[in-house]
Design a protein around this ligand. Structure first.
Ligand code: PMP
Length: 314
């Protein structure tokens, strides 16, 4: 249960972290956010936040896109988050939600000349999609927002209406998740996760100019695939039917972690189960995020160290 939030510059009981019905961000979607996971390691009695500085750097980039003041550095935000989590004292996997929002209580659609605020809360959190070992996926009838409509490079709350249309359609049509095309007809990502496919020893994913979020899990998997699994990683536009003939395919993201795709548009991907490459990536990822792989320990910020867990240098 969430007990506290960082709100208007300090940690307060969660019941005090409230905004007005007139808040600009609530009316117009003028906010941006992050999703960060912290993993409980029972052997070490420790909670590890995964790639927290990178998430806060991306939040600051999203804020820049929305013309917000960068009032905190990534380093300061890491320190605030450690303090908040220490107070919550969660001993379980946790999801951290920072939110920067246009806080003025006025009518008027714009970005400029408004004041903003930044809040953070955290909540215990497990799985994000059903069937992580083999999700049934369908291509969405919705189109992804684009860099010239609502830039997907920023994690902007208003654009998540697009994700919500995509996700709900998929679930109501009997799928676990969706894939979505951009306005050029190329594959972008899932409703809230990046996507890879495997052909031979190649791992293929859309490049950052294909209307995707520049995912932190995506960057993590690309690095691990190259350095640990000796795979060739290729960033290039992907057509829909490449998923029909792929050997393996999978989603990655903070929420979804690494989830195998079993079928796309009712066609089995590979043998329709958890393939060997996705399995090795999943196993490695789950060990790393829990702080079990010493050479990647720098990606994991320990929360419970002495009085205050120091954030890694940014
Ligand atoms: N794409 C979208 C649209 C998302 O919302 C997310 C989740 N943040 C991702 C991709 C995955 O990004 P990350 O790995 O940084 O969580």
């Amino acid at each position: 249960m969430t007990q506290y939030a960082f709100f208007k510059g300090k940690i307060v009981p969660i019941d005090e972290a409230k905004v007005s019905i007139m808040t600009h961000a609530l009316n117009y979607g003028t906010a941006c956010f992050e999703g960060i996971r912290a993993y409980w390691n029972a052997d070490e009695n420790q909670l590890y936040a995964f790639r927290m500085p990178e998430h806060y750097q991306r939040l600051i980039q999203s804020m820049k896109i929305l013309m917000m003041d960068a009032r905190y550095s990534a380093r300061q935000l890491c320190d605030i988050t450690c303090e908040l989590l220490q107070k919550e004292n969660f001993h379980t996997d946790t999801y951290i939600r920072p939110l920067a929002y246009k806080a003025d209580e006025i009518i008027g659609v714009k970005l400029h000349g408004l004041s903003d605020d930044l809040g953070i809360f955290a909540t215990p959190f497990g799985r994000y999609v059903e069937n992580e070992e083999g999700a049934k996926v369908g291509f969405s009838s919705w189109q992804r927002v684009s860099d010239n409509t609502i830039p997907p490079r920023g994690k902007i709350t208003g654009s998540y209406i697009n994700s919500a249309f995509i996700k709900t359609e998929a679930i109501l049509n009997g799928f676990d998740e969706a894939l979505v095309l951009n306005d050029r007809g190329h594959v972008c990502e899932g409703s809230a996760e990046n996507v890879f496919l495997v052909r031979g020893r190649q791992l293929i994913t859309p490049p950052v100019n294909e209307d995707i979020l520049e995912g932190i899990t995506r960057a993590t998997i690309m690095e691990l695939a190259r350095t640990e699994l000796n795979l060739e990683v290729v960033e290039r536009p992907i057509g829909r039917t490449e998923f029909y003939v792929a050997d393996e395919a999978f989603f990655v993201g903070t929420g979804v972690q690494v989830a195998a795709i079993a079928s796309v548009d009712h066609r089995p991907v590979g043998n329709g189960g958890l393939g060997p490459i996705v399995k090795s990536i999943r196993d490695l990822y789950f060990d790393i995020v829990r702080g079990r792989v010493p050479r990647y320990r720098s990606w994991c910020t320990p929360i419970y160290v002495g009085e205050k867990a120091p954030a890694p240098a940014v």
